[in-house]
Design a protein around this ligand. Structure first.
Ligand SMILES: [Zn+2]
Length: 286
């Protein structure tokens, strides 16, 4: 889960100006381009905040032009800025679609769950409240449909509740996903996120919050059920022929293969847990 991806190699100013470069009246283009400096400043403020771990302090009033009460004339401009994302960046064949596709291509799998295919773009902070970040690349993150449905327009108000951001939170090399073997018939495996002791407390809290919010135990445990069913047949044969040692060796071999792929995938954590569980290796798989 949450493997990092590289931030997009373009900035908000370039994306915004490209999005309003065509299929727009001169008057409207001139009006909107007058806000490009505000958009660039907002990008910098967002970037600083993410780097400092202050995402929970971002206030939507600092990232839009109007007051948002509906009476402010600038609210209409905010509406226009929000629509640029939908009509001029996400829409197929639109001017900015190139950027949408490039961001989507940067991740094979959804960084939020690390399991399902990334098929959509998520606004890390919502575009209908943070209009000046509506086309900011650092605020645009690939995501799968399931995780996107869960996230919606949610905002976070405490430091420990901010979800992990794949451009900023590069936690992939530390081991933190742990599988727990339930010694039942059939055997099952559940998952917990355990932050290494060397991490800042808030990062550990964010990991736990992210894990729970995206229901990753349920997602991973469901995958493990299928894998355990396949293993049952294979390990039963090995056990009968060669005993426990060959079961352990096989599971450890799988673990090494999975570890090369990802330290914290559900499969890596599964094989680590199984290979270290005496009950399972002594016939618990049956
Ligand atoms: Zn996902």
């Amino acid at each position: 889960m949450t493997y990092p991806i590289e931030p997009p190699p373009f900035d908000a100013r370039a994306v915004f100006m490209h999005c309003i470069s065509d299929r727009i009246s001169n008057e409207n283009r001139e009006l909107l381009s007058g806000y490009v400096d505000r958009i660039a400043k907002s990008e910098n403020a967002f970037d600083e905040s993410m780097k400092c771990g202050n995402a929970h302090t971002l206030r939507s009033t600092d990232f839009r032009l109007g007051s948002g009460d509906g009476n402010d004339p600038l609210d209409k401009i905010d509406d226009e800025l929000g629509k640029i994302y939908t009509a001029r960046l996400a829409k197929k064949d639109s001017m900015g679609r190139f950027y949408y596709d490039e961001i989507l291509k940067s991740a094979d799998k959804c960084p939020s769950c690390g399991h399902l295919a990334a098929r959509e773009i998520d606004h890390f902070v919502p575009k209908d409240k943070f209009q000046l970040l509506a086309v900011c690349p650092l605020n645009l993150v690939p995501i799968c449909r399931d995780c996107n449905r869960r996230k919606m327009n949610k905002q976070w108000t405490t430091p420990g509740s901010v979800p992990l951001h794949p451009y900023y939170d590069r936690i992939h090399s530390d081991r933190w996903l742990v599988g727990i073997v339930e010694e039942s018939i059939p055997a099952t495996v559940t998952y917990v996120a355990v932050a290494p002791g060397s991490w800042p407390i808030e990062l550990g809290q964010r990991l736990a919050s992210h894990f729970e919010f995206f229901e990753l135990n349920q997602l991973y445990a469901a995958q493990a059920v299928d894998e355990l069913a396949v293993l049952k047949g294979e390990l039963t044969e090995l056990f009968e022929l060669y005993g426990t040692s060959e079961v352990v060796a096989t599971l450890e071999r799988r673990l090494r293969g999975c570890e090369k792929q990802a330290t914290n995938s559900w499969r890596t954590a599964l094989f680590r847990a199984l290979s270290q569980n005496q009950w399972y290796c002594n016939g618990g798989f049956a």
